[in-house]
Write a protein that binds this ligand. Structure first.
Ligand code: 5GP
Length: 119
């Protein structure tokens, strides 16, 4: 995946269903599905269905504030349901943020006691 946002990513194929995923949420704006390489007993991703320039959080436009709020709201709803003892939400942004897929996604992790600070 190139990081300049010029090409679609594997997440577009997950949205379209071309690539299967273990989906736990689907609404008009976003989906959530389990991470293929989980870093915690519970680890899922919340992504906008339409990337629309949101290759990464730092590319967000003012007119996308409501969408960003929606993603965060869905993330906590699912997080509470799956991890009643608490959870962590992470957004990796850019090279130094360890981002690998350039389609905005919130990581939600839990199901164990998380450590802080992270690596
Ligand atoms: P990033 O490093 O960009 O924040 O995280 C990308 C995440 O997407 C990684 O945790 C990786 O395991 C996950 N991922 C990459 N490709 C796939 C895929 O095809 N299916 C699923 N379910 N997760 C993926």
């Amino acid at each position: 995946t190139v990081g300049d946002g010029s090409s679609p990513t594997i997440f577009d194929k997950i949205v379209s269903g071309e690539i299967p995923s273990n989906k736990i949420h689907d609404d008009e704006l976003c989906i959530a599905f389990r991470d293929v390489n989980p870093q915690a007993p519970v680890h899922f991703l919340v992504i906008p269905k339409n990337r629309d320039g949101l290759t990464q959080l730092s590319k967000a436009r003012e007119d996308q504030k409501a969408l960003l709020g929606h993603l965060m709201y869905v993330a906590q709803e699912l997080g509470q349901k799956e991890c009643p003892g608490g959870f962590r939400i992470v957004i990796n942004d850019g090279k130094d943020g360890a981002q690998s897929v350039y389609h905005l996604h919130l990581h939600v992790m839990g199901g164990r006691s998380m450590q802080w600070p992270p690596g």
